[in-house]
Design a protein around this ligand. Structure first.
Ligand SMILES: Cc1cc2nc3c(=O)[nH]c(=O)nc-3n(C[C@H](O)[C@H](O)[C@H](O)COP(=O)(O)O)c2cc1C
Ligand SMILES: C=C(O[C@@H]1CC(C(=O)O)=C[C@@H](OP(=O)(O)O)[C@H]1O)C(=O)O
Length: 389
């Protein structure tokens, strides 16, 4: 199973094409739109989110609520496009029309793809870089992730996300059933399960914004119900934990990833890291703890998958950073019109989508099927087999 995305931040639309879904999977627009709306929320988002009302149009691959097995195309229109038709149009623009009409950019923003992207593709109008490097693209990543989540839920696999840190304020993570993690994170404007910490996070976002600054944080994704033995140890590029790590770091502004206790493993002796193996009739094999976050040897253990990702502070600041104009080579202070001051709560939804996609793709790799009913059977058999092994 694979997907591609296309679209510029201020272009007419964002598109994703998903290939390899089984036929006969129930899928409705609302399965996708719920997650698109979740991604738009969160304390600290900027004015663009008031313009957009992201909804997916299912352009192909579904008929009467069921997937066909053919490519699934999803389209999300940019409401902002109507203000950008001239600037972002695909028709050539006349030589008479000024760079101002094109809103040409020659001033790369620190922390963005602008300068490196200009050098790589030879764009001297850096708008050609930023339109695609923008995290607006995460809209359709979330749409693809929502489709993956639907597939997983039909296989008895649930996924949730929440925020565990913003701007140095850390939440106490209560041990909760996954349904409650979903409900409580949804009820919080910063997707935090710890109400007290959530309030402080909001204050920290407001303070950063008032100072013209931005803050980052840490999100956590939890997956329950995965059968054991998915992924592989035989090759670097078949290890499922490695694929998940790459998917997390591929999200705009994500700089690190942890699986299970992650970097904490460096401080503990082996006896306090490795999870002892046990077996009983009802559960089959299980681990007495889950420090390794559901993975050993690039494969699932059947325990919950725990993945964390760290997001750097948003790079566009109202307090301007210094940079160099690529035409004049003169220094300047970057000024901005609008930006998020913190997008960590929104990014939790993106991280959830990224993990859901990798897990669904790994299942489709290993239990490849053109039919949803056959896939359901295959996963059930794997669970039974792993229990009795
Ligand atoms: C959901 C989300 C929203 C974002 N919003 C903004 C924003 O409003 N302003 C900004 O400068 N960066 C924003 N970013 C981060 C930039 O897109 C990102 O830092 C930039 O593309 C450079 O990529 P890199 O940080 O991965 O190197 C956002 C990221 C995410 C995940
Ligand atoms: C549009 C989204 O996020 C955008 C991501 C982004 C960036 O530089 O990454 C910059 C801002 O865009 P604009 O310059 O249009 O205000 C954010 O609003 C979105 O999340 O849907």
């Amino acid at each position: 199973m694979r997907y591609l995305t296309a679209g510029e931040s201020h272009g007419p639309q964002l598109t994703t094409i998903i290939e390899g879904l089984p036929a006969g999977m129930p899928l409705l627009g609302e399965d996708i739109n719920t997650d698109l709306a979740r991604r738009q929320k969160g304390h600290g988002r900027g004015r663009r989110m008031q313009i957009e009302k992201d909804t997916a149009f299912i352009a192909s691959g579904v008929r009467h609520g069921l997937t066909l097995g053919s490519p699934l195309a999803l389209v999300v229109e940019n409401n902002d496009w109507k203000h950008w038709t001239k600037i972002m149009g695909s028709e050539p623009i006349s030589a008479q029309e000024s760079d101002e009409v094109k809103r040409k950019i020659t001033r790369p923003r620190p922390g963005h793809a602008d300068l490196n992207g200009g050098i790589k593709y030879g764009h001297r109008d850096l708008r050609n870089v930023l339109e695609r490097s923008s995290a607006r693209e995460t809209t359709v990543r979330v749409a693809a992730g929502a489709v993956a989540k639907k597939l997983l839920s039909l296989l008895g696999i649930e996924i949730a996300s929440h925020v565990i840190e913003i701007g140095g304020i850390t939440a106490v993570r209560p041990s909760l059933p996954i349904e409650e993690v979903k409900e409580r994170s949804e009820a919080s404007p910063v997707r935090c399960l710890d109400e007290e910490a959530g309030r402080k996070m909001m204050e920290a976002i407001d303070t950063a914004k008032a100072n013209g600054d931005s803050i980052g944080g840490i999100v956590e994704v939890i997956v329950e119900g995965m059968p054991a033995g998915v992924g592989s140890y035989v090759h670097y590029d078949r290890k499922l934990d490695a694929k998940i790590a790459a998917a997390i770091v591929s999200i705009n502004a994500f700089k690190g990833v942890e699986i299970g206790i992650g970097f904490e493993a460096a401080h503990r002796p082996g006896s306090e890291v490795h999870d002892e193996i046990a077996w009983d009739q009802e559960q089959g094999y299980y681990r007495k703890s889950n420090n390794l976050g559901g993975f050993e040897g690039g494969m699932t253990t059947g325990m919950p998958i725990i993945v964390r990702g760290v997001m750097k502070p948003i790079p566009t600041l109202y307090k301007p950073l210094q940079s160099i104009d690529i035409d004049t080579k003169e220094p300047f202070s970057a000024s901005i019109e609008r930006s998020d001051s913190c997008a960590v709560p929104a990014a939790a939804v993106v991280a959830e989508a990224a993990v859901a996609w990798e897990i669904a793709a790994a299942l489709m790799d290993q239990f490849s099927s053109d039919r949803m009913d056959v896939l359901v059977q295959a996963i059930e058999s794997q669970r039974e087999y792993a229990r009795e092994f």
